[in-house]
Design a protein around this ligand. Structure first.
Ligand code: GDP
Length: 475
């Protein structure tokens, strides 16, 4: 189902009556709670001089808003520092923070909230700490856009290393421009030109050589070139013309979440659009709440957060995950409803995802997940069958798949057997026995495979074939 008239009105910050009027004029009279087709939504938005894009309607009616250009104002760039281990990412961020602190004379200890802001030439730059390239890409995979510019740190005494290349590839996949900070230039063995030459091979080419990338020589240790780097970041972001509408309900992404003993769930978020206020009703992933308090990266209490501002907030019902989207609602009941709906959807997805191994798919799973164990629950009408099977399995080549009988007993296949198999991602093998009615139902629900045989030789043949991915599905 599409969005209702009321929802669209809220999303666009206009009165529902205005939308109803326009719908009437378009020859489609609708009431507040009736839902609209996507075409109609676009038509009305267009009529209001707004462009909106609807992303996969089955996904919680998520909208990406394209604001009226007149409402857009410049926002600070959001920067992530990447690079090979020990090339000086931490040192560089420290040096940058130090610059910001002395300049604003805020002094004191900076609170660690997973992000920081510095100002230079009366402009602000936001730095986001990502623990690694995987985290950067994991966020992106979830749709979170939290980096405008990547600063690639390369040590001038070490040159391009494996994680340098990885960082380049992750940045390119995200279509984020790279500013190169050639670090450790204070070292006598530093060779910044060699770094430039090496990077050419990976498509990172200095502007002075006709490429697209800005390079800055720095020494994080001695604090040299830091201002130059910050100014270069601003130059790079000017090209991007970063803008956002600050005068609307806030939305953005969670950078990190944690449970604090005294304060409860704490989340650091980055505002992408709108202005976040203390007291706002908010949904973050599957969590909801009211913003009880906000801290800026200097650990100071603030009342508002604008586009590109990172803040730590208190007041959520639970701990959201990195990369979760957040947005503000006018009414906290709506926030709660959306959070509940998302939680329900996630549970359903989770249930559908739980699929246990089968003999026929054992090999496929192996290539995907490096599954190395085939767990079996064996039930038989006589003990001799169990021993014969165990014997034969013991003689099989287990260099690629280790075959484990995690449980065996004489008797019918029971619900307990299924539960055990489900928990251990095991297959149930039966000889001369059948599952009890309830066990069959449970196996179906838990998606546990039950294979029953009357001849032992046939079971051994199947398992041997499954081991090398040669078993064809029969049923
Ligand atoms: P990270 O692993 O990329 O975060 O690297 P670190 O910031 O932890 O730095 C690794 C090592 O390089 C540390 O021993 C730093 O003191 C040193 N280092 C970082 N920047 C510089 C620099 O500009 N010059 C010199 N000589 N050493 C540096």
């Amino acid at each position: 189902e599409g969005v209702t008239v009321q929802e669209l009105a809220e999303a666009l910050d206009v009165s529902a009556n205005d939308i109803i009027k326009r719908l009437f004029l378009l020859g489609t009279p609708l009431t507040m709670t009736q839902s609209m087709s996507n075409d109609l939504v676009e038509l009305v938005a267009d009529d209001l001089g707004r462009q909106i894009k609807i992303i996969t309607p089955e996904e919680e009616n998520t909208f990406t808003f394209y604001d009226d250009p007149a409402d857009l104002v410049p926002r600070p760039p959001v920067v992530t520092v990447m690079g090979h281990v020990d090339h000086g990412k931490t040192s560089l961020l420290d040096a940058i923070r130090h610059t910001g602190v002395t300049r604003t004379e805020a002094g004191g200890i900076t609170q660690h909230i997973g992000a920081s802001q510095v100002s230079i030439n009366d402009r602000v730059i936001t730095f986001v700490d990502t623990p690694g390239h995987e985290a950067f890409t994991a966020m992106r995979a979830r749709g979170a856009k939290v980096t405008d510019v990547v600063v690639l740190v390369v040590a001038a005494d070490d040159g391009v290393m494996p994680q340098t290349i990885e960082a380049i590839n992750h940045s390119k996949a995200a279509e984020v421009p790279i500013v190169v900070a050639v670090n450790k230039c204070d070292k006598p063995e530093a060779n910044p030109d060699r770094v430039r030459q090496e990077l050419v091979e990976y498509g990172v080419i200095p502007e002075e050589w006709g490429g697209q990338n800005m390079f800055v020589n720095v020494s994080a240790k001695q604090g040299q070139g830091i201002d130059d780097l910050l100014e270069t970041i601003l130059l790079q972001s000017d090209v991007l013309e970063l803008k956002a509408n600050p005068d609307t309900f806030a939305s953005g992404y969670i950078l990190e979440g944690k449970l604090d003993r005294g304060r409860g769930p704490v989340a650091t978020l980055l505002v992408s659009r709108g202005t976040l206020h203390v007291g706002d009703a908010i949904v973050a992933g599957q969590c909801w709440g009211r913003v009880r308090a906000m801290l800026n990266p200097r650990g100071e209490q603030v009342e508002v957060a604008k586009p590109s501002d990172p803040v730590e907030i208190l007041g959520l019902s639970a701990v959201p995950g990195a990369g979760d989207e957040f947005r503000v609602f006018e009414d906290d009941r709506d926030a709660r409803d959306l959070a509940d709906e998302r939680a329900l959807k996630a549970r359903i997805e989770e249930q559908n995802k739980v699929k246990h191994v089968t003999l026929e798919t054992l090999f496929d799973e192996m290539s995907q997940n490096e599954l190395r164990d085939l767990n079996l629950v064996v039930k038989a009408d006589v003990q001799g069958s169990i021993e014969a099977l165990a014997d034969a399995l013991g003689k099989m080549d287990q260099s690629e798949v280790r075959i484990n009988i995690i449980h065996s007993a004489v008797g019918a296949i029971s619900e307990t057997d299924v539960t055990l198999a489900a928990a251990s991602n095991a297959i149930i093998v039966g000889f001369g026995v059948r599952p009890q009615g309830k066990a069959r139902d449970l196996a179906e629900k838990e998606k546990v495979q039950i294979k029953t045989y009357s001849i032992i030789y046939k079971a051994i043949e199947d398992i041997d074939a499954a081991r090398i991915g040669m078993l064809k599905p029969t049923e």
